[in-house]
Design a protein around this ligand. Structure first.
Ligand code: NG1
Ligand code: ZN
Length: 533
């Protein structure tokens, strides 16, 4: 049974603030870092129970608030295959995080143990890491107290990107099996990525240097190591690498800044040359946005949708050249935030599915294809190869040198692409591979299709929970009557599309609008925001 005395003793050192209601949302718990002490302690316990429930498999815990402001922090749990926590446990986590006292906490834990039929005699194994946020070390020590309360075998993976932690989880849980995912070390990760990258670009002209905006976060550390492993096969110019400068993280830089403001980070103004490729990572390096300045100095953004289009077309082509197009079907998964022009472009070429926001929805939908390409417009995404597809690739007997090369490339892609979660560094190398194979400049890639002008806005409302959606969040069912008024506005704009949904990570309602003209997209967004407010 639980060591209730020990739990109570430790829990008393991590009291829950009485005025806050926590919620395990699409990105785990996420809010002001200074309020999260009790949550981290409890997440340590929850991770232990999750591991016990899964027969001692290793669970991951990542302490990060990604692209959010530096003073925010957060924590999320990673399931044994390196994927997001199972949905039912999001609810359990919320309940446990809100137990008002240590006694209530113990009661909530006992009830979870009963409901989930957890055998407490099983071992508990956890691997955890954090990003570079200043609140990280204290939160990690609260987490460690949670581990102590349940006698967890915990491994501290230090300061790494979110996707590296996911990679570790999958490596640890597949170790010694025929599905071994890789060596569970940072060195193993960089080796895996760069070895496959080098195979994929062998014989191709080396690309001009790529500018990488590291958002002043953990991507700066990972970018440096990656760069060293790449040697002269790809030159990375790392910018915004001030990981200890107070207030610098995600501030006027990083993938979210670029995507939302649709602007060049000011810090790159004197760095980026016309035509040069650049990309921004977010604060935990799981999102990636590309961009370039044209000859006239005009900024052009290549977001997650453009990455999906580039990558999906490339994979389809390889599958075809390999002679595997009857056996391997490629599909794409998007959310409502995907640019309408990208959806049109993709639908003309392959099956496309729209799902609600949140990686878990995209990931699960992508798993239903042989090769599932999923990207959120904000640059979070990856490509999943199903196990039968991996087997097909491994067993295939090509009959021409061209087929054989294509299969080798597909196999290398399965190694280059992080199969657990969106990974900015892995995705960056993937993009570089395709650009190099196609001899595309940023401009040529950008011309695959022309983005519809669009605007993303957020609106603070008294209670965002009154906003309820259907049809993959593209329509509101509540508050009553609001959708009809949005429709009426949208109909007045050429190529107009707009939708409203409550954020799963911030206490706001998001408004998205697109239209044929820039001014119209902005106006539509403003007007719809006016309806919501
Ligand atoms: P919310 O806050 O639910 O819109 C945001 C992103 C998601 C996803 C999560 C997790 C947008 C519009 N929303 O969710 O796509 O990335 O954060 O980080 O970009
Ligand atoms: Zn992130």
């Amino acid at each position: 049974s639980l060591s209730t005395d020990l739990i109570r003793l430790l829990s008393d050192q991590h009291p829950k603030p009485s005025n806050i209601l926590f919620q395990y949302g699409t990105a785990g718990f996420r809010t002001l870092g200074s309020t999260l002490d009790s949550v981290l302690f409890r997440v340590g316990i929850i991770a232990a129970l999750r591991s016990k429930k899964l027969d001692g498999k290793t669970i991951g815990v990542m302490v990060t608030a990604s692209h959010n402001p530096e003073e925010d922090n957060g924590v999320k749990l990673v399931d044994p295959r390196g994927e997001m926590l199972e949905a039912a446990w999001e609810g359990h986590s919320t309940t446990i995080s809100n137990a008002p006292t240590s006694d209530a906490l113990i009661e909530a834990l006992e009830s979870l143990i009963q409901i989930a039929k957890i055998d407490l005699s099983k071992p508990a194994n956890v691997v955890y890491a954090r990003d570079t946020r200043p609140s990280g070390p204290a939160l990690v020590s609260a987490l460690a107290d949670g581990f102590k309360a349940l006698n967890v075998t915990a491994r501290n993976a230090g300061v790494v990107t979110t996707p590296i932690l996911h990679y570790f989880v999958k490596c640890i849980n597949t170790k010694g099996t025929k599905y071994s995912y890789g060596d569970d070390s940072e060195e193993g990760y960089y080796q895996k990525l760069t070895t496959s990258y080098k195979k994929l670009v062998a014989g191709k002209a080396v690309q001009p240097a790529l500018v990488v905006d590291c958002a002043n976060g953990v991507g700066a550390l990972a970018g440096k190591q990656l760069s060293e492993h790449l040697g002269d096969t790809l030159q990375l110019v790392l910018e915004n690498t001030s990981i200890t400068k107070p207030g610098a993280l995600n501030n006027a830089c990083g993938a979210d800044y670029v995507k939302v403001s649709q602007k060049l980070p000011p810090s790159l103004a004197n760095v980026l040359k016309p035509g040069q490729r650049a990309c921004s990572l977010d604060g935990d390096a799981d999102r990636l946005i590309y961009f370039y300045l044209d000859d006239r100095g005009v900024f052009h953004m290549l977001d997650g949708d453009k990455i999906a289009a580039l990558v999906a077309a490339f994979i389809i082509e390889l599958v075809k050249v390999a002679g595997l197009d009857d056996q391997i079907k490629v599909g794409v998964v998007q959310t409502a935030y995907a640019n309408g022009a990208s959806t049109k472009y993709l639908q003309e070429r392959l099956p496309v599915k729209c799902v609600p926001t949140g990686v878990k929805h995209l990931h699960h939908a992508a798993e239903r294809y042989n090769v599932g390409v999923y990207f959120e417009a904000n640059g979070h995404g990856t490509v999943l190869f199903s196990q039968p597809t991996l087997d097909t690739l491994a067993e295939y007997q090509p009959s021409t040198p061209a087929q054989s090369r294509a299969v080798e490339h597909l196999v290398s892609l399965t190694e280059l692409i992080n199969q657990t979660v969106g990974d900015a560094l892995s995705d960056m190398l993937l993009v570089e591979v395709v650009l190099s194979h196609k001899s595309y400049s940023g401009e040529e890639w950008n011309s695959l299709y022309v983005d519809l002008p669009n605007r993303l806005a957020k609106v603070s409302v008294p209670d965002r929970n009154v906003f309820k959606t259907e049809d993959a969040e593209r329509r509101l069912v509540s508050p009553p009557g609001l959708q009809a008024r949005i429709d009426e506005l949208v109909n007045r704009y050429q190529g107009g599309r707009s939708f409203v949904r409550p954020s799963g990570t911030e206490d706001v309602v998001r408004v998205y609008a697109e239209a044929a003209l820039r001014t119209q997209a902005d106006e539509l967004a403003m007007r719809v925001a006016g309806l919501v407010y």
